[in-house]
Design a protein around this ligand. Structure first.
Ligand SMILES: N[C@@H](CCC(=O)N[C@@H](CS)C(=O)NCC(=O)O)C(=O)O
Length: 211
């Protein structure tokens, strides 16, 4: 059987999104540890897999990929299992739009500016957190608007079953929700509270928590 390997570390939100997709599809895989924060930078052989030195990277036989959006799409389309993308073109485009927003705007504000400062820094940079809260809110509200433009009911972004954008958002939301700022942002938005309850209940989410 062709081996499936995910390169990265369990603490990474992007790695967790890929692990959730693999779990949703029921794909066995090996998680090969990569220390991107090693002194002197990521190992040289890893930079051949990922020229930007980020995690995750992915291999399935001869197929080598990096960038989580590409990995998620391949996992959905390259393996048997429940579909993780909607079939309709507009819904599929909305899914990619949400993934792009998460990569470009949520990761920085939710994870680095709010979670890392509030949970991992002593003292936290309060000014940085304060500046990030409206940006984090803008992400939530932009995704709310995109979801509302669709015709489905939820509880996931595009309907009754999770899509790749849900899997990408869940690990980032988990870190945001470890902060009072994040809990407040969600509490003000009932749609997000319902989404979180549904996504956090997935086996794929529970099974991929960092140790
Ligand atoms: N756009 C990339 C982002 C991946 C990313 O930023 N991963 C983080 C870990 S969660 C990382 O490798 N950070 C290391 C660094 O910033 O040097 C993707 O979609 O895979």
């Amino acid at each position: 059987m062709t081996e499936t390997v995910l390169f990265g570390a369990a603490y990474s939100v992007y790695v967790r999104a890929a692990r959730m997709a693999l779990a949703e599809k029921g794909v066995p895989y090996r998680l090969e540890g990569v220390d991107i924060f090693a002194e002197g930078g990521p190992p040289a052989d890893y930079l051949r897999r990922h020229p930007f030195g980020r995690i995750p990277a992915f291999a399935h036989g001869d197929i080598a990929l990096y960038e989580t959006v590409a990995i998620l799409r391949y996992v959905d389309e390259g393996f048997e299992g429940p579909a993780l993308q909607p079939p309709e073109p507009a819904a599929r485009a909305r899914m990619v739009q949400i993934q792009s927003i998460l990569d470009n705007y949520a990761y920085r504000s939710w994870v680095w500016d709010i979670h890392v400062q509030r949970v991992e820094r002593d003292p936290p940079d309060e000014a940085r957190i304060a500046q990030a809260v409206p940006k984090a809110a803008r992400v939530l509200d932009a995704i709310t608007d995109i979801v509302a433009a669709g015709t489905t009911e939820g509880p996931f972004f595009l309907g009754a079953t999770p899509c790749l954008a849900d899997l990408m958002a869940a690990p980032m939301a988990a870190l945001l929700l470890e902060t009072p700022e994040g809990r407040h942002l969600f509490a003000e938005r009932p749609g997000w509270t319902a989404w979180w309850a549904a996504v956090a209940a997935r086996e794929s989410f529970k099974a991929t928590a960092a140790a």
